[in-house]
Ligand binder design. Structure first.
Ligand SMILES: [Cu+2]
Length: 175
C-alpha cells in the first residue's frame, strides 16, 4: 500500500466516525446551532456597563454603557427591563438643558444606533433610569438588565454596581 492510499484510508475512517458522532448526538448539535443563531441575532456589543451605586433608601438609579452596532443594518434599542426584585420599572432617558437646568426625559421611541456606530449612555446624556428601586444599589453587588431591539433580539447584560468615578453633572429627577 502506498503512503498516499494509507492516508486516504484513515481519512475515510475518520470521516465515518465523525458522521456517526453527529447522528449519535443530534441534541447536542442542535443546541450548539441554536446558540450560534442567538449570538448572531443580537449583533450589538455592550461595553463598560455598570449601575451607579446609590444610598440605601434611594428610589431611583442610573445605568450606563456603550453600545456598538457591529451589524450592517441600523438598530434601535426600543426598551429595557429589570427583574421586579430590583426595580418596578426601567426606562431609556435622555438629558437636556432647559435654561440652565438639566432635565431628564423618557425616550419612548428608543435610541437608534447606526450600522457600525457606537452610542454611549453616560452621565449627562442617554442613560437607563431605574424607578422604584426595591432597595438601594449597593457597591459590589450586581444584577441583570435586558435590552430589547427593534429586530426582536434581546441582550441580557450583567451589571456591576460601582461608585461613580466621575463626580459629574448634577441630576435632577422628576418623579
Ligand atoms: Cu433619568
Amino acid at each position: 500500500m502506498s503512503p498516499l492510499s494509507k492516508t486516504l484510508k484513515s481519512l475515510v475512517i475518520a470521516t465515518g466516525l465523525f458522521a456517526l458522532g453527529l447522528s449519535a448526538f443530534p441534541q447536542a448539535y442542535a443546541h450548539q446551532h441554536k446558540h450560534h443563531e442567538a449570538n448572531e441575532q443580537a449583533d450589538v456589543m455592550v461595553m463598560n456597563a455598570y449601575a451607579r451605586a446609590t444610598f440605601a433608601m434611594a428610589k431611583t438609579g442610573a445605568v450606563y454603557f456603550t453600545l456598538h452596532n457591529q451589524s450592517d443594518s441600523d438598530k434601535t434599542l426600543t426598551s429595557v427591563s429589570v427583574s421586579q426584585d430590583i426595580a418596578s420599572e426601567a426606562q431609556i432617558h435622555t438629558t437636556e438643558m432647559e435654561g440652565d437646568v438639566m432635565k431628564m426625559r423618557e425616550l419612548t421611541d428608543g435610541v437608534a444606533i447606526t450600522a457600525g456606530e457606537m452610542v454611549s449612555f453616560e452621565s449627562g446624556g442617554y442613560h437607563v433610569m431605574l424607578l422604584g428601586l426595591a432597595k438601594g444599589l449597593e457597591e459590589g453587588s450586581e444584577f441583570t438588565l435586558t435590552l430589547s431591539f427593534d429586530d426582536n433580539s434581546q441582550l441580557k447584560v450583567r451589571l456591576p454596581v460601582k461608585k461613580d468615578q466621575a463626580k459629574s453633572h448634577h441630576h435632577h429627577h422628576h418623579e
